[in-house]
Each structure stands twice: as structure tokens, then as C-alpha cells.
Design a protein around this ligand. Structure first.
Ligand code: H2B
Length: 118
């Protein structure tokens, strides 16, 4: 099985299973800097990326948007001066799917190449 940052998302089906209680600790270990948040009973993965200014934050936002469009799986993105909060969850199943862990790992890869990181 490929590592998360080289994997690709599967189609977001409404009947797809959420990540199980057994899988969750295994998957979260592979994206150690991401936090699990629960909002409206929906489990989400979240991480804040810091930048030197708004321009770099916006460029990173757009780069994450590119991989999201390519994979057909989209995050919540809060872009502010000097920081971007990225939140992954699967709308179709109102929870976490393996896709979300893949995209969190892929987001970290985008961040490695991003300019103006703090
Ligand atoms: C029609 C479209 O492919 C679907 O609505 C996709 C779009 N991007 C998505 N992104 C996320 N995070 N969850 C989804 O369920 C989802 N569904």
C-alpha cells in the first residue's frame, strides 16, 4: 500500500464508510502535526500553516486548491495575513474518510515547496 502522500482519493460516495476506531490511530500517526477537531459532531483534520505575509499565504491556498481540484476532494481553507488554516473532512459522509488523511499528507507536501513559510 502506498504511503499517504503518494496516494490518490477515491470517489466520495455517500455510502462510503467513515474511518473506523481501529484505523484512526494508525492513520493519524502518519500525519503527526494535524489535529482532530469535532464540529457539529463531524470529525475533522486541521492544521495551521504560518507564512511571512498574506501574499505567500494566498499562494499556498491556491496550491492546495490545485491538488484539491485534481483529486476532486476539497478542504476548508481560512486564509489570513501570515497564516492558512486547512481543514479536511468528507462532506458526503459527514466525517473522516481515508481521503482526508491522504489530502492532509498531500497538503504537507505542498507546504514543503511553499515559499515564505515561517
Ligand atoms: C460532486 C463532487 O465531486 C462532490 O461533491 C465532492 C466534491 N469535493 C468534496 N470534498 C470533500 N471534502 N468531501 C466531499 O464529500 C466532496 N464531494
Amino acid at each position: 500500500m502506498s504511503t499517504l502522500n503518494q496516494a490518490h482519493c477515491e470517489a466520495c460516495r455517500a455510502d462510503a464508510p467513515q474511518v473506523s476506531d481501529e484505523e484512526l490511530p494508525i492513520l493519524i500517526k502518519q500525519i503527526p502535526d494535524w489535529n482532530i477537531e469535532v464540529r457539529d459532531s463531524i470529525m475533522q483534520l486541521e492544521k495551521v500553516f504560518l507564512f511571512k505575509n498574506f501574499k505567500h499565504a494566498l499562494a499556498f491556498t491556491n496550491a492546495v486548491g490545485e491538488i484539491s481540484e485534481a483529486e476532486g476532494h476539497h478542504p476548508g481553507l481560512l486564509t489570513e495575513w501570515g497564516k492558512v488554516t486547512v481543514t479536511w473532512w468528507s462532506h458526503s459522509i459527514k466525517g473522516l474518510h481515508r481521503n482526508d488523511f491522504i489530502m492532509a499528507a498531500r497538503t504537507d507536501e505542498v507546504a514543503k515547496d511553499a515559499e515564505g513559510r515561517k
